[in-house]
Design a protein around this ligand. Structure first.
Ligand code: SF4
Ligand code: SF4
Length: 396
């Protein structure tokens, strides 16, 4: 296993265990199978385990397995405050105390503000006294490192990043998301501030393995490296020194062993121009299935009416590359849950964006098409309700 240091020089395994996708049996977690997989990873050197308050049964299962095997002190637990569910300092305490109980521990190594999409959420938390709360928890040793996990746009990520002396952060990042969400710009900005970056969705929930176009599969199979699609996705990340830990939701021994093998070999800076060319070919073959040829360059931004143009096109394309629901879910999450709404319906047709687009996309027309597909009536209502819930100012 290879290790990269956190902000304070603590070595973290470059492969982290994503506990959201623990093996399941019926309605619950398959404890025997999960324990076997988790211990296999632990014995192979994995020392970073990522869970969250809202992953059903995950914190309790992790706590039970670590306690039963007497290895709590040997590993790092990362878990998350459901910031969208809190509206008072008392609520923050309640969630945190419950998490400690579930995890059977009296401290959390890495504590994240979960699923931030907009700076206003961080402002809300500050209004509730989160800064003093963090200070107290750090002083008492109940929390060792504080970070946030992120799913919004690059500018909002940078705003949150720069507003506090974070110990680490967690972003969705893979070779298809190089210029979306926090993106490579966010990754490099964090690294420049000395903030370690944990990567989630390194294979887009398995889609960069299971849903590759035939052309991409053939190119990977023919390459002399002999790497699998999963290895290509992970190695592309490990090649970047700004990446600290890559999370993988492992739920089979084979998956653990393959990922461990990759994380024992993959050094930063090992990619050759030929390797980058292969990733580009795979990326292009995926993009050929896209509806709009938007590269995410953002030259069209900012829109004076606040429309998230590249965000809308990325989700529209995801409907065709991944699945209808994947695109709609990403739309609700990244375009729908910003404090100032960013929907294409806000477009007044000024045309400013089109004059800047190097791909000469008829942006106004395509935005209408994208929103119609991404937000059919039931989703429209669903997003409205989610906005009220996730972005509300106070709630206990
Ligand atoms: S045409 Fe619409 S999307 Fe483009 S800049 Fe004007 S308001 Fe924004
Ligand atoms: S300028 Fe064109 S290609 Fe670039 S993000 Fe905007 S719409 Fe996409």
């Amino acid at each position: 296993m290879l290790y990269r240091n956190d902000k304070h020089g603590v070595p973290l395994s470059i492969l982290g265990y994503g506990c959201m996708r623990f093996s399941r049996k019926g309605a619950g977690i398959d404890m025997a199978k999960t324990e076997q997989e988790l211990l296999e990873a632990y014995r192979s050197g994995v020392n970073y385990f990522d869970t969250a308050y809202i992953y059903p049964g995950s914190e309790a299962a992790l706590g039970e397995i670590l306690e039963r095997n007497g290895i709590r002190q040997q590993v790092h637990i990362a878990t998350k405050l459901p910031q969208y569910m809190v509206g008072s300092r008392a609520a923050i305490d309640r969630y945190f105390d419950e998490e400690l109980r579930r995890l059977r521990t009296d401290y959390v190594d890495y504590y994240l503000m979960h699923q931030m999409t907009d700076f206003s959420q961080w402002e809300k938390l500050k209004g509730l006294g989160i800064l003093e709360w963090i200070k107290e928890k750090k002083a008492s040793g109940a929390i060792r490192n504080v970070g946030f996990s992120y799913h919004g746009s690059t500018p909002q990520f940078l705003k949150i990043l720069e507003d506090y002396d974070w110990d680490f952060c967690q972003i969705q990042y893979n070779y298809l998301d190089e210029t979306t969400q926090a993106g490579v710009e966010g990754l490099k900005a964090a690294a420049a501030r000395g903030i370690p970056v944990v990567i989630m969705e390194p294979l887009r929930g398995g889609k960069l393995v299971n849903m590759l176009p035939e052309k991409a599969e053939k190119a990977i199979a023919a390459d002399p490296r002999g790497w699998s699609p999963a290895q290509w996705g992970l190695r592309w990340l490990y090649d970047q020194p700004e990446v600290t830990v890559v999370l993988s939701g492992m739920n089979s021994l084979e998956m653990v062993r393959e990922n461990v093998r990759t994380a024992s070999e993959a050094e930063a800076g090992e990619f050759t121009p030929r390797d980058h060319a292969l990733i580009e070919l795979v990326r292009q073959s995926i993009r050929e299935k896209e509806k709009v040829g938007c590269t995410g360059c953002r030259y069209c931004m900012p829109c004076p009416k606040g429309v998230d143009i590249p965000g809308a096109f990325r989700c529209y394309n995801a409907m065709f590359i991944e699945s209808k629901n994947a695109g709609r879910f990403q739309y609700a999450q990244t375009v729908g849950l910003t404090a100032k709404s960013a929907f294409p319906t806000q477009c007044v047709g000024c045309g400013k964006c089109e004059s800047h687009c190097p791909q000469q996309i008829p942006i106004r027309e395509k935005l209408k098409e994208a929103d119609r597909a991404l937000r059919p009536l039931p989703f429209r209502f669903g997003i409205q309700i989610a906005r009220r819930f996730m972005l509300r100012k106070s709630h206990d």
